[in-house]
Design a binder for this molecule. Sequence first.
Ligand SMILES: [Zn+2]
Length: 341
Amino acid sequence: MRSTYYKPQNGTNCTYTKLKASGQTTAMPQKPQKSAQTAHYIELGSYQYWPVLVPRGIRLYTYEQIPVFLRENPYITDGYRAYLPSRLCIKSLFILSNETVNIWSHLLGFLLFFFIGVYNMATVLPAIGASKEDYVIYSIGLFCFQLCMLCSVGYHLFCCHRSEKTSRRWLALDYAGVSIGILGCYVPGVFYTFYCNNYWRQVYLVTVLAMILAVFFAQIHPHYLGKQWKQMRSLSFCLVAGFGLIPTLHWICLTGGFSSELVQAFVPRILGMYFIAALALIFYVSKVPERYFPGQLNYLGSSHQVWHLLLVLMFYWWHQSSCFIMAYRHSEPCPNAPHHD
Ligand SMILES: [Zn+2]
């Protein structure tokens, strides 16, 4: 049960912040204000008095002031939003807090994949002679990426909600979103690598779907929301993503080994994706670089921001790779079925 809350006092010129923690009540008067916004000074890098405007009712807290369920990273010492109702969570989209880059990186990521989808479906896919099947597979991949981005935006926007339950639900959705993103990588990947082998294509698509659905429901189940499941959660993502190496090796064998032109062209793309994924995970888990500069990377340059950017880069990389192999399948017939489209 949480006993801490924040309530701005309306109708007066003064805004009071009421923090009721461990039975103790303190009132902190702030500067008198008339407008809907108030100036707030934040520490940005080594400069301590960077002015930002925050809407009335929102203030930024230090690590010690936020509720326990928000304390994930002690190296991010300030700039936290907390105790907010939904309306102010949404409003906080336009203020500079330690979540601003996290929110906007994936909001722009969502827009990127949305517009890439619209553009490619109107120009690139018709040009390579895409079939209805191609449109479906292409759309599934991009839709999964967009959903992953939106779940992440939702979490980073609403994690500061005054209700711990709401915050945790968004966190669960954020994790579930990652499994959807992984699905978005698998579907076009398996579909086009095993394009000429319908049996194995179905086997791997069904296996991957079953595995990701299991992980997805485990992520959104309230039972697994506790911190004690955090490592299991990361491990399940690693296993689901790492599983992809099995169909990759199998596909290399089926396609004729490394002497195959397609294998030579596509394997570096697969390895590139795993490299970006591994790099992203290292930043996510290690909390580098803020670990070495505690308090200096609160707003810009923290590990979670790098993780977000690498996730967008990885999805973009894989999208381009999927387009490459889709185009290849339309230019080269399958070896065993020369009449195949
Ligand atoms: Zn995130």
